[in-house]
Design a protein. Structure first.
Length: 332
């Protein structure tokens, strides 16, 4: 049917039990709680310690919670899209593994890799499938086991990242709720500043690449920071202008949780008071594709039908974007 929108009708999430504190990190490397809190704003992050388990372990749990909360049978699901930079394997897609584990048998799935913007890109993709009228139940997962690619001898990267997974259900609605508008952008020049050097087709794994510690995140923090501050704010303000939204009209900014200073700069450019910004970076760190669904999961009880949300991200690629969502349900 024409004119339908894709509404978020539920959220599930999973956070691993193990908590890596700043104090524990300070015992592993030359850093301090004070430096990490001042420069990044992270107090602790959760780490998946289960032996032999990867991103799908967390995705499976997030999706099972989502299915339960939305009273959905796995066989009713049409599509499962998983945003991740830490797939269980290079192939097949982690989406297929999660779908198999939760019993989705009548749908299809694929992964999206857009760095920390992965969930936003996947949400945009899922929304378009729903709006087309062809699919009725689309699950969008954002999940990352960042601890699998963090070098815990590198103090410039290790404090930033954590593990986690979140999942939302998208369903068609005739009402004026759901995904209202999407702006996505990218610039491949950013690949130089944030990447994983080895393990892909350019540099397959070798003894040398392991010895050179090239299977970990490589990040030049300052250029990434500068791009993130300007692009996340630009695109969020652009979305407000496009829809004549003032700061009063916005219930929450849902920002990617990479650095508290980036979040604050974005909110300031949008004219938003801090109480209108979803923040959980202090507890989870940067969970890459999982940050946005984890925010909405944490704040779900304070969201009401009709609330205007601006989701905003920046990540590897570089990729960035904003999605304007009108929340579609009241808390239970
Ligand atoms: O989600 C994907 C997108 N990623 C991001 O958005 C990350 C963007 N970048 C950042 O958030 C920041 O650049 C960092 C948090 C990574 C670094 O913060 P910064 O304020 O840019 O610090 P810096 O790199 O300029 O380093 C300042 C100082 C340096 O020492 P010197 O050269 O001034 O003596 C670093 O060696 O801080 C030192 N430093 C640390 N000190 C204690 C770097 N890491 C640490 C640490 N503990 N963990």
């Amino acid at each position: 049917m024409r004119g339908q929108k894709a509404a978020i009708t539920g959220i599930g999430a999973y956070i691993p039990d193990y908590i890596l504190t700043n104090d524990e990190l300070s015992n592993m490397m030359d850093t301090s709680d004070e430096w990490i809190m001042t420069r990044i704003g992270i107090k602790e992050r959760h780490i998946l310690k289960e032996e032999g388990e990867g991103t799908s372990f967390m995705g499976e749990r997030a999706v099972n919670q989502l299915l339960e909360k939305t009273n959905t049978k796995p066989e009713e699901v049409d599509i499962l899209i998983c945003a991740t930079v830490t797939p269980d394997h290079v192939f097949p897609a982690t989406a297929n593994i999660i779908a198999d584990k939760v019993g989705i048998k009548n749908g299809f799935g694929f992964d999206v890799n857009a760095g920390c913007s992965g969930f936003l890109y996947a949400l945009a993709t899922g929304a378009k499938y729903v709006e087309s009228g062809m699919y009725k139940k689309v699950i969008v997962v954002g999940a990352d086991k960042m601890s699998s690619i963090v070098d815990y001898t590198d103090r410039t990267v290790a404090p930033i990242f954590g593990d986690g997974a979140g999942a939302v259900m998208l369903e068609p609605t005739d009402d004026n709720y759901g995904v209202m508008d999407i702006i996505l952008e990218s610039d491949g020049v950013g690949r130089h500043y944030l990447h994983q050097k080895a393990g892909g087709s350019v540099k397959p794994p070798s003894h040398e690449s392991v010895d050179a510690r090239e299977h970990y995140i490589y990040q030049e923090g300052q250029p990434v920071f500068k791009w993130a501050v300007s692009k996340m704010a630009d695109v969020s303000v652009e979305m407000m202008k496009k829809h004549n939204l003032t700061s009063d009209d916005i219930r929450y900014l849902v920002p990617h949780q990479a650095n508290m200073r980036i979040i604050s700069a974005t909110a300031k450019r949008m004219g938003l008071d801090p109480h209108k910004v979803m923040i959980n970076i202090d507890r989870y760190g940067n969970t890459t594709a999982a940050t946005l669904p984890l925010c909405m999961w944490d704040y779900e009880k304070s969201l009401k039908k009709g609330d205007n949300l601006i989701l905003s991200t920046f990540g590897a690629g570089f990729t960035w974007g904003a999605i304007y969502v009108k929340w579609a349900y009241d808390p239970e």
